[in-house]
Design a protein around this ligand. Structure first.
Ligand SMILES: [Zn+2]
Length: 169
């Protein structure tokens, strides 16, 4: 087996049942957003009392609530749904929440079909062919919808990229 680590990471080997790491368990047990089982009903079931006070970023990309959904894929999902990363879940309407679900499914599908994002490389050093709209690669290009400047900020342990005109707080 050949493995590469970039940015941060680790490799461990366990016997079946011995690994109690919560990320590993979540990834194995929770429904992947790429599966058909991850439908609108399932997505809506993730919205409960406990998450109402969380921001959109915290809801989508922390605590392995949605396995594999991290900061890298978050930016284009939130932009597609026109939701500011800091908007509170409690302030997001049912219609917007549905739109967020649609954005999550469609953006992840496009990223997967294109062998990943242009910001990342595969094992052979080839960049993905999904062109990110909001990332370090595209920060200086104008917003594809309004033509305004994109913003970058540090928030919850990572950079957020957004358009303040299209994604109102
Ligand atoms: Zn915009």
């Amino acid at each position: 087996m050949v493995s590469f680590i970039q940015m941060y990471g680790g490799l461990s080997v366990y016997r079946d049942g011995d690994n109690n790491n919560e990320y590993y368990i979540a990834a194995k047990e929770k429904t992947s957003p790429l599966c058909d089982d991850f439908d609108l009903d399932y997505f809506c079931s993730l919205k409960n009392e406990k998450v109402l006070k969380l921001s959109a970023k915290a809801f989508l990309a922390t605590e392995q609530r949605i396995p594999g959904l991290g900061n890298g894929v978050l930016q284009d999902i939130l932009f597609t749904a026109r939701i500011h990363p800091k908007r509170k879940i409690a302030d997001i309407s049912d219609d917007e929440f549905k739109k967020l679900y649609g954005a999550l499914k469609s953006v992840l599908k496009k990223m997967t079909e294109n062998n990943g994002r242009d910001t990342e490389k595969d094992l052979f050093g080839r960049s993905g062919s999904y062109i990110t709209m909001f990332s370090k690669n595209s920060l200086l290009t104008p917003c594809p919808i309004c033509g305004g400047n994109k913003l970058k900020e540090n928030y919850l342990g990572g950079s957020i990229y957004y358009c303040e005109r299209c994604q109102k707080l």
